[in-house]
Design a protein around this ligand. Structure first.
Ligand SMILES: Nc1ncnc2c1ncn2[C@@H]1O[C@H](COP(=O)(O)OP(=O)(O)OP(=O)(O)O)[C@@H](O)[C@H]1O
Ligand SMILES: [Mg+2]
Length: 243
């Protein structure tokens, strides 16, 4: 579905991605893990056209997307749920969902059944339709961000740290939802600090280290990899793969 090859990215003179290559197959969950500052968010921003990168290629559904404007990339079906500013705080829950649909579709007639699906997945959002997004709890805001992205009918959903700052029970709920979205056919590229959960739910994963892909393998392989265990899982961790 997505194949990126030899991507470099810079902030001024500082290089933050170095010849990064990765691919995501249709219906996969692919996790990208790595320490703070490794370049994970920048990589997602390059894919969605928000951060410039002159070289390498990025093929989505057999077409080159390098150089396309972010709105065109969204229109093709790549939706990113960013790390920060994932919802529009001054707008209500309902308005955020409508906006999610507006970004991608011509046929507004479909909006109601689509919104019904989102409400079934996140009943709390139905109860909070009229509430301003800025007053939601962290977990509710993450659910709204996912719901808003789903309203755009993504083919590839890129999630940047969806579990960040959430209480453990909410974290497991979010991971459960990610898996169920994947079961419904949505392909997912997941960036996470929570390496343990990210490796448990993925099919394959990549480890990014200061701008380079250091390791790749199935979730199970990486959970049992000594280097990954040392760097991300704590020394006594025993890999257990749950897909
Ligand atoms: N706007 C910016 N200006 C200058 N440098 C930046 C900017 N944004 C990010 N960087 C630098 O680029 C590098 C990669 O940052 P990036 O946000 O992609 O990392 P990350 O892997 O997403 O980290 P985190 O896990 O903390 O979100 C870091 O060294 C960061 O300091
Ligand atoms: Mg980041």
């Amino acid at each position: 579905m997505l194949k990126i090859k030899n991507i470099d990215a810079f902030f001024g003179k500082i290089q933050v991605l170095r010849r990064v290559s990765l691919h995501v197959e249709r219906r996969e969950i692919v996790s990208l893990i790595g320490a703070n500052g490794a370049g994970k968010t920048t990589l997602l921003n390059v894919i969605s056209g928000l951060h410039p990168s002159q070289n390498g290629s990025r093929i989505f559904l057999d077409g080159e997307i390098r150089g396309l404007k972010p709105e065109k990339i969204v229109a093709l079906g790549i939706l990113q749920v960013p790390e920060a500013d994932k919802v529009f705080n001054p707008l209500t829950v309902l308005e955020n969902l409508e906006l999610g649909a507006y970004l991608r579709r011509q046929d507004q007639g479909q909006l109601v059944p689509e919104m019904e699906k989102v409400y079934q997945l996140f009943p709390i959002l139905r109860d909070r339709q009229g509430q301003l997004a800025g007053t939601l709890s962290g977990g509710e805001r993450q659910m709204l961000a996912l719901g808003k992205a789903l309203m755009g009918q993504p083919q590839l959903l890129m999630l940047d740290e969806p579990s960040l700052g959430l209480a453990p029970t909410v974290v497991s709920e979010i991971f459960r939802i990610i898996r169920s979205l994947n079961d419904r056919g949505i392909t997912i590229l997941l960036v996470e600090q929570n390496a343990k959960e990210a490796l448990r739910i993925c099919h394959r994963a990549y480890v990014l280290d200061t701008g380079r892909i250091l390791l790749t393998g199935t979730g199970e392989e990486l959970l049992n990899n000594e280097e990954v265990k040392r760097a991300f899982l704590g020394k006594d961790y025993r890999g257990k793969w749950e897909r």
